[in-house]
Design a protein around this ligand. Structure first.
Ligand code: SF4
Length: 213
């Protein structure tokens, strides 16, 4: 791996170490294992869900329950495997009884997600569910924008419904399946954003230089 890749991997490991013992918000009380996220440090695509559920909290891995199986099926429908993409969440610890994360919890955890995004520098971010969409598009309504791509700070952000919501609501299932089928075309479109991605690479170089001091 090149030096930039090593730097990204180091950052991801550092974030994983920090979230394992983090007490920045009340969610640490319901944490068994933190779920920092997983995938290649140089992934071109990042999927961001809401927060760990029961199985994720037990195993310390994202999307390992029924929703994870559905996500893998969706990836397979576009000839992709989960090992090719980075998968994470906006909060790294399980909300009790799978309740929605609170604004203060989202805020407390957002710095970890931002460090992961800066390190991985993905061309495409697929948000799963309204809380991860709101991290990038605070005023958007998911029913209006799902499946559409938007340029946010030089990256293509594509909001989608959360696979767990689709499992509970049959009408959403076909919507998310159709949105996924459009992903390859949108990913190809991301190749036309070189200047912004280069800017992000420069940010990483700057961060590396700063870390030397
Ligand atoms: S959810 Fe995030 S901010 Fe809250 S305790 Fe866990 S790692 Fe820390």
């Amino acid at each position: 791996m090149n030096p930039e890749g090593n730097l990204a991997q180091d950052t991801l490991k550092e974030v994983a170490k920090e979230v394992a013992v983090c007490t920045r918000c009340a969610l640490h009380h319901s944490r068994k294992l933190a779920v920092p996220g997983e995938g290649p440090a140089d992934a071109a695509i990042m999927f961001i869900g809401e927060g760990p559920g029961f199985h994720e909290n037990e195993q310390g891995r994202p999307f390992v329950g029924a929703a994870g199986k559905f996500l893998e099926e969706l990836l397979a429908s576009i000839s992709m495997k989960r090992s090719q993409v980075y998968i994470g969440n906006v909060v790294k610890c399980r909300p009790p009884s799978n309740r929605d994360p609170l604004p203060e919890e989202l805020l407390a955890c957002s710095g970890y997600l931002e460090r992961q995004i800066q390190a991985i520098n993905p061309r495409v971010i697929v948000t799963l569910g309204r809380y991860s969409m709101a991290h990038f598009l605070p005023n958007a309504k998911i029913s209006d924008v799902h499946g559409q791509s938007m340029n946010v700070k030089g990256r293509l952000v594509i909001p989608m419904y959360h696979p767990a919501a689709a499992l509970h609501q049959q009408s959403l299932k076909s919507t998310i399946q159709q949105d996924f089928l459009r992903l390859p075309e949108l990913i190809a479109k991301s190749a036309s954003l070189p200047e912004q991605v280069e800017a992000a690479t420069q940010e990483k170089k700057d961060a590396k230089q700063l870390s030397l001091f």
